[in-house]
Ligand binder design. Sequence first.
Ligand SMILES: *[C@@H]1O[C@H](CO)[C@@H](O)[C@H](O)[C@H]1NC(C)=O
Ligand SMILES: *[C@@H]1O[C@H](CO)[C@@H](O)[C@H](O)[C@H]1NC(C)=O
Ligand SMILES: *[C@@H]1O[C@H](CO)[C@@H](O)[C@H](O)[C@H]1NC(C)=O
Ligand SMILES: *[C@@H]1O[C@H](CO)[C@@H](O)[C@H](O)[C@H]1NC(C)=O
Length: 359
Amino acid sequence: MKSLALILCCFSSLVFCDSSQIVALENYNSTTPTKIQNVLDASKLYLASSDAAAKLGRITVTSNGQSKTLNQLLTDFDANGFHNGFPVNSDLTISTTNSAADTDALNGLLFISSPDMAKDPNFLVYSVRDQVLPIDRSNYNETTLVLLNLHVAKVATDPDTKPFFYTRVDGIKQPENTQLYMYLGVPGDGYTDPKLQANYKKLLFKNPISLLQPIGNPPADTVFFNNIEPIQYTLRSWHIRAVGGGIAFNVSRQWVDSTTYQTTKETTTGFTMSQRNTHHSTVTYKYTPNHDGTSGYMINTGDMFADMNVTSCNEGSVSSPAQSTASPVTSTQFPDTTTKSVTSLSTILTIAVMISNMI
Ligand SMILES: *[C@@H]1O[C@H](CO)[C@@H](O)[C@H](O)[C@H]1NC(C)=O
Ligand SMILES: *[C@@H]1O[C@H](CO)[C@@H](O)[C@H](O)[C@H]1NC(C)=O
Ligand SMILES: *[C@@H]1O[C@H](CO)[C@@H](O)[C@H](O)[C@H]1NC(C)=O
Ligand SMILES: *[C@@H]1O[C@H](CO)[C@@H](O)[C@H](O)[C@H]1NC(C)=O
């Protein structure tokens, strides 16, 4: 039985400045127009905020002789529901007439894309709203979709596991011979190159998946999964890339408690992410007695703390090294029993790719 593992490379980290950036509204408290640093000409500005419209109306951004209040940007969508974005140059300034206390309490962010992104017709930005947005890119070979999560206050009846930020992506339809990638955070320079180190470090999920062959037995196999479990992402921003053909899926601001999760098909892939903080989550794979299968997972701990364990099928646990981008993958051949589970516990964040390849 071939060992199942993702091809993962570890790189040492490099610090560099991207031409895209995120800035927090709470950091700009002045009535005097204040320059936002490191903005290139021909960029675009996008707002993601669940702050009160009245407060956003007291904040003004100005560039190239044009001014907008953030209130105006909040509802500036195209026919498909994506943000139009405000074209800006390096002279971009921001000013506010909100009180210092009001500024302090703002949760909104500005995403300033790079000039490359601003002129890419397949670069889409969406700040995730309650209603379901069906995204159909089946007629496009290339898609970069930036998803910006809004802060959602919790109510007394919400479980402790519920995070303050979330997106749910489901009904994913991905044609074979296409590539799907999901990344932490917003895209940076060279966002269209999946091999770039900076992109690799932010990779959460991809389909197809490359399997590691035993040494001396190349080439690596690639497995395409027809079924992708619904995906929930619980940090402020992420992005999805689809290459080589169109994909379709639904995006919504929904959160379904996934501390216990049952996969929907025998052969499937997906990822699980810790919710508000430290919680066990258990994934149970669908299983047919007397069939054989393999599973594996990838852990991405990029920019996160150590102290994370993943246990699979009660066969022991793997501890991830501090600050590693991706730990080695273990594989498990399913014995002939009825329940399979992956249990993960993390102080901050756990992301695992689950593979159940039942034959
Ligand atoms: C505005 O922000 C600056 C820099 O963060 C800070 O030094 C200053 O005290 C703030 N002013 C008010 C009125 O909060
Ligand atoms: C999309 O990709 C397919 C397959 O690579 C290619 O045949 C087709 O010409 C591309 N279409 C466009 C509009 O780029
Ligand atoms: C996607 O959303 C649309 C509109 O709400 C709904 O009709 C459709 O059933 C959803 N598709 C999936 C696969 O969830
Ligand atoms: C992970 O496993 C190690 C070794 O078994 C243990 O010392 C550590 O406490 C575990 N960490 C968590 C978060 O459970």
